[in-house]
Ligand binder design. Structure first.
Ligand code: SF4
Length: 317
């Protein structure tokens, strides 16, 4: 098994379903519409950019010989990988303002000192340069690499795929498409699907959501290779924790029926041009609040000529 490098076919792009977009539709049909059909841009976020950066370093780490895969070597790759990301996506520079706002808030909390009479007084703090702000952020990315090395020993792992694009056409359903962070295989053919998360381990209620993505990948591998992956492994670098799961064939058969049902619901919404908002805690991170009726907004007219484009290669994990 090797890493697939060919781009997804044009046909697959118009009839495709990725785990992220399937999850969007389940969470909030309007969010799915605005992201996938209207294709409205979203602001780059510092958290997502850091995730992309750490994923890039962990992918490159396995290019170098096993014995040289040390945490120092990984950290030394951070700046260069960031430069590469910026070159490919100059808009990422916008995260500086988000980081600066956060730093200003932190500073204002840190610099309020009571004076001798117990009244608050503010100390002057020199503004940081963009370079300082990004430098601190890059250090936080390096911290996640420290976490990674507490969870796995990369000198003992030889992946068979990294950032592996996988695709399976359900025929009368969608084309399932996704990108697997890392795929490991034993000599006798057992597969392990590995996903890096830069956040913390989800509480139980959110665990099912994390596994949804992993089962999606497991199903595609099962259908394309005829083998049920032995282990699905989620590495949470934010709190140095690991979640492992062993799927079985019946479960993946049921999961395929779930995906078909989600796809049918998406098609029905497209036919009716009806995507209702479904407010939840996710709204706090949604870029589309101003266009959302649940928040007093009005969505743009439905783009009748648009077709859904679900491109997992174009977004951070
Ligand atoms: S603000 Fe909330 S309800 Fe509205 S589109 Fe976003 S996630 Fe859905």
């Amino acid at each position: 098994m090797t890493t697939q490098t060919a781009p997804f076919s044009a046909e697959a792009r118009t009839r495709s379903l990725s785990p992220s977009r399937a999850a969007d539709f389940k969470d909030c049909p309007l969010l799915y519409r605005l992201r996938t059909i209207d294709r409205l841009p979203q602001r780059p976020s510092a958290a997502a950019a850091r995730g992309t950066l750490v994923h890039a370093v962990l992918e490159r780490l396995y290019d170098i010989p096993a014995a040289a895969r040390t945490v120092e070597r990984a950290k030394a790759m951070v700046s260069a990988e960031w430069e590469k990301l910026l070159e490919a996506e100059p808009d990422l520079q916008q995260i500086v303002s988000e980081l600066r706002d956060r730093a200003t808030k932190d500073d204002s909390e840190r610099t309020v000192d009571p004076d001798i009479d117990g009244r608050d007084q503010h100390r002057y703090v020199a503004p940081d340069s963009d370079g300082d702000v990004i430098g601190r952020w890059l250090i936080s990315a390096s911290g996640l690499l420290d976490s990674y090395f507490t969870l796995e020993d990369p000198t003992r792992i030889e992946p068979v795929g990294r950032e592996l694009m996988v695709e399976f056409d359900l025929g009368d359903g969608p084309v399932l498409r996704g990108i697997i962070d890392r795929l490991d295989a034993t000599p006798d053919g057992d597969l392990r699907v590995v996903d890096y998360k830069t956040g913390v381990t989800p509480r139980e209620a959110f665990e099912a959501k994390a596994l949804f993505q992993m089962k999606f990948y497991a199903l595609v591998l099962y259908r394309t290779h005829g083998v049920v992956p032995r282990q699905l492994r989620l590495l949470y670098l934010g709190d140095q924790d690991m979640l492992s799961y062993a799927p079985d064939a019946e479960e993946l058969d049921r999961f395929e029926r779930t995906l078909r049902a989600i796809w049918a619901a998406i098609q029905a919404s497209i036919d009716k041009q009806e995507f209702r908002p479904s407010p939840s805690r996710l709204c706090a991170w949604c870029d589309y609040q101003a266009l959302c009726p649940a928040w007093g907004g009005t969505p743009p007219p439905y783009p009748v000529t648009a077709i859904p484009v679900d491109n997992p290669a174009a977004e951070p994990d």
